[in-house]
Design a protein around this ligand. Structure first.
Ligand code: RIB
Ligand code: CA
Length: 306
């Protein structure tokens, strides 16, 4: 069981991951960030979903927009207007203490013990290391859902070349992934391999997960002719509980920050000496490029089934 800070733009699959984390990890706090929904809605969603799963972890408010790009309003409503399938009455306000201060203070207070689980844009993590670079050697590790490297054609979901979390703030992602933070990436290469059907969700007998996912499933049926969803964010918790279910490679990572492939994640494919080496001075990160999907799903069900 790890001590984690759960950094999220809490949409439907984030909520599945939070339920999974609550069963298997020690959640020190939930930090919210813009992404699937504006950060004000993410605070409200974290509060209402924590109530639904009887989770008593402090909730914090993080960044409302990318580091260097204009804030974009999400067009798709795969997560519903409120981000949780418009399924829950939400009486909560969007007030919360500062997420960046919480990350910095918590890592400094427990050096070498805190894992940052980041399942939205990496803006909060980037702001924390920009504000307090001294925490970089104190973080145990950072486990993110994000990126795509093309394994079995999984190269992007928000564009042919980029994954949503990275695309939303490519500058933050490039800073975090090229830093000395030890990062484990769960990219689309593995998250698109672990799909859960509507029947399987209902079989979980976890009512609030059925409630919040019905719109997501309908979207998937209409747009992808499959009544189900990729677990995406939950695979960060699968990594923490069963890293042996994943096949990994080590590589320095850079992120394209503008142009037609904005948000593309690049790994070093050749050691060929070149005059311009964008990977110079970048730490090698751990990329999960393959997964035992049936074992990941079995562990997920074992933890969540009621
Ligand atoms: O690309 C999938 C990621 O984007 C997930 O984190 C999902 O919640 C959305 O934020
Ligand atoms: Ca997310």
């Amino acid at each position: 069981m790890r001590k984690i800070i759960f950094d999220t733009d809490i949409g439907v699959d984030d909520a599945f991951a939070l339920a999974y984390a609550a069963q298997t990890q020690h959640i020190l706090g939930i930090t919210t960030v813009f992404g699937n929904v504006p950060v004000s809605q993410a605070v409200k969603n974290a509060k209402v979903f924590s109530r639904e799963i009887a989770l008593n972890a402090p909730i914090f408010r993080g960044c409302s927009r990318p580091l260097a790009l204009p804030a974009l309003v999400n067009s798709t409503t795969v997560h519903g207007r409120d981000g949780l399938g418009d399924a829950l009455e939400n009486p909560y306000d969007d007030k919360a203490d500062n997420a960046i201060s919480f990350i910095i203070d918590t890592v400094k207070a427990q050096p070498g013990e805190v894992t940052l689980v980041a399942i939205g844009p990496l803006t909060n993590i980037a702001c924390a290391i920009n504000q307090a670079p001294e925490i970089i050697p104190l973080v145990k590790d950072v486990v993110i859902m994000g990126g795509a490297f093309g394994t079995r054609g999984h190269a992007g979901n928000v564009s042919p070349h980029s994954e949503f979390n990275i695309w939303k703030d490519p500058h933050a992602a490039d800073q975090v992934l090229s830093s000395a933070l030890p990062v484990v990436m769960l990219p689309l290469d593995v998250t698109h391999e672990v799909l859960i059907s509507g029947d399987e969700i209902r079989y979980l007998n976890f009512p609030v997960l059925t409630q919040i996912s019905s719109g997501y499933l309908q979207y998937s049926l209409t747009h992808e002719r499959f009544e189900g969803m990729a677990l995406h964010d939950s695979l960060t918790i699968s990594w923490l509980t069963h890293p042996e279910y994943f096949t990994t490679v080590k590589s320095p990572i850079r992120v394209v920050t503008d142009g037609i492939t904005r948000g593309q994640t690049l790994r070093q494919l050749t050691q060929l000496a070149s005059r311009f080496n964008p990977f110079e001075h970048c730490s090698k990160q751990t990329l999960c490029l393959d997964v035992n999907a049936s074992k990941v799903k079995a562990a997920f069900f074992h933890s969540l089934q009621k």
